[in-house]
Design a binder for this molecule. Structure first.
Ligand SMILES: CSC[C@H]1O[C@@H](n2cnc3c(O)ncnc32)[C@H](O)[C@@H]1O
Ligand SMILES: [Zn+2]
Length: 432
């Protein structure tokens, strides 16, 4: 067995308390072996965590990773106009090669900001899976299915691709890659296709993930056309099971919060995207009080505009207080939980906790920074003050992906150069 000891740090435990300890990892099995004192002598390799906080690797519960290529391409518009006028026309020009470049850039950014796993809905998913494997990350991936603007044959092809991709990639990268069936949303996929393909996803045994109740404009047509709230409609379509997770859940009423809690369907809260697109404020405190599992996601980099889960945690706390009109709502412990175990539980990964027997997915955060001084409360620092650039080391599945800010699995300069070129070519093709 090859072992790695992460030594001399403060360790964030699953109950969101912090203790001084070393963490011993089995690199072959990718598992945490022990949390305790003086474990360096027992290890083949060490990673220094002195004056640092060892946290579970962050789990980005909802992303479109290759959209890093569209960062800064279209800002300052609401969701519908942004998608229809800017994003979808340029996405129509995507190729496997451009998606590879965008995914490399996104995974590089994730590793540099301490994210070790994510859920992703996009196109050219086998290419995304290849890059995730290369980068050393863990992910639940799915092909985004859309029916609007397509003829019937094209929709069946798209939905079939969603199922086939889910079957093909599940278990890849030594099990670090899992899959889901991902209809884009309840308004962009017609009900007849949901009725036909969701049961097929169940036969495959994969979860269902989709955007839901993101904007008011998404709620109104469902109420008008089907006579029920969107999540009651989702339940009718069999899309509200315990393994399923929705993105956003901004405009959910009390009846829908009850449905989520009862069905044990999780919500991935995306506060930065919701603020930037002015979609609204999710009732996060109410969801937590009702016992709904809530995770955090960045959404794509074109509506955020970065993939930092530390930023997302701070945004979730700030926006949660504003939404509840209560400074004690969505406290530091809640957002740290959401960025780690909340997202992991939501997307069905066994990670997000530093505990013996759990996957060795960790981030080490440098505390020797002016903005992290003094150290009254390290959970507070994690929620409110730490930045992506404070992450020193990132470990996933027991492998060191970044040591002292040097990413070991991707060539940073080459990735940035390829992404810049791919973004330029993509936009030129779209504007031609
Ligand atoms: C069909 S693949 C995913 C699809 O979703 C688009 N997208 C990005 N951000 C959002 C968002 O906040 N709400 C809805 N859809 C979004 C992305 O551009 C792809 O087209
Ligand atoms: Zn999204």
């Amino acid at each position: 067995m090859t072992t790695l000891a992460i030594t001399g740090g403060h360790v964030l435990l699953p109950d969101i308390t912090v203790t001084r300890a070393d963490v011993l990892v089995d690199q072959d099995g990718g598992e945490i072996l022990e949390i305790g004192d003086d474990l360096a002598g027992e290890a083949d390799e060490t990673l220094d965590a002195s004056a640092s906080l060892v946290t579970p690797g962050f789990v980005n519960g909802h992303c479109h990773v290759a959209m890093t290529l569209l960062r800064g391409y279209a800002d300052d518009k609401p969701l519908d106009a942004w998608l229809q006028e800017d994003i979808w026309p340029v996405e129509a020009e995507l190729t496997a090669e451009t998606v590879r470049a965008g995914t490399e850039l996104g995974t590089l950014e994730m590793i540099k900001s301490g994210t070790t796993s994510f859920a992703d809905m996009y196109f050219f998913v086998p290419t995304i899976a290849d890059v995730v494997d290369e980068a050393g990350l863990r992910a639940r991936l799915g092909h985004g299915v859309i029916s609007v603007g397509k003829d019937e044959a094209a929709v069946h092809e798209d939905a079939q691709e969603g199922l086939e991709v889910a079957a093909e990639i599940d278990g890849m990268a030594d099990g670090r890659i899992t899959s889901a069936f991902m209809p884009h949303s309840l308004t962009t996929v017609d009900g007849q296709y949901l009725s036909e393909y969701v049961p097929k996803a169940r036969e495959l045994g994969v979860p269902v993930h989709y955007h839901a109740n993101e904007t008011k404009d998404e709620v109104t047509p469902i109420v008008e056309n089907h006579g029920v709230r969107p999540l009651a409609y989702a339940a009718e379509k069999g899309m509200l099971e315990s393994e399923d997770f929705i993105a956003h859940g901004v405009h959910v009423d009390e009846s829908e919060i009850g449905l989520l809690a009862e069905a044990e369907t999780s919500v991935i809260h995306c506060p930065a995207s919701n603020m930037k697109l002015a979609s609204g404020m999710a009732p996060v405190q109410r969801l937590l009080e009702a016992g709904v599992t809530v995770g955090l996601g960045t959404d794509g980099a074109a509506s955020n505009n970065d993939l930092s889960m530390l930023d997302e945690a701070r945004d979730a706390a700030m926006l949660g207080k504003l939404a509840a009109d209560d400074a004690s709502a969505v406290p530091a412990e809640a957002v740290v939980t959401m960025a780690t175990q909340g997202s992991a539980d939501a997307i069905g990964l066994d990670t997000g906790r530093i505990e013996a027997g759990k996957p060795a997915d960790l981030a080490v955060i440098d505390l020797e920074q002016p903005h992290l001084t003094p150290r009254h409360d390290l959970v507070s620092h994690l929620a409110y003050a730490a930045a992506a650039s404070d992450v020193r080391h990132t470990v996933c599945d027991g492998q060191v992906l970044m040591r002292d800010r040097e990413v070991l699995t991707l060539d940073e300069a080459a990735v940035r150069a390829r992404a810049s070129e791919a973004a330029e070519t993509l936009v030129a093709r779209a504007e031609d």
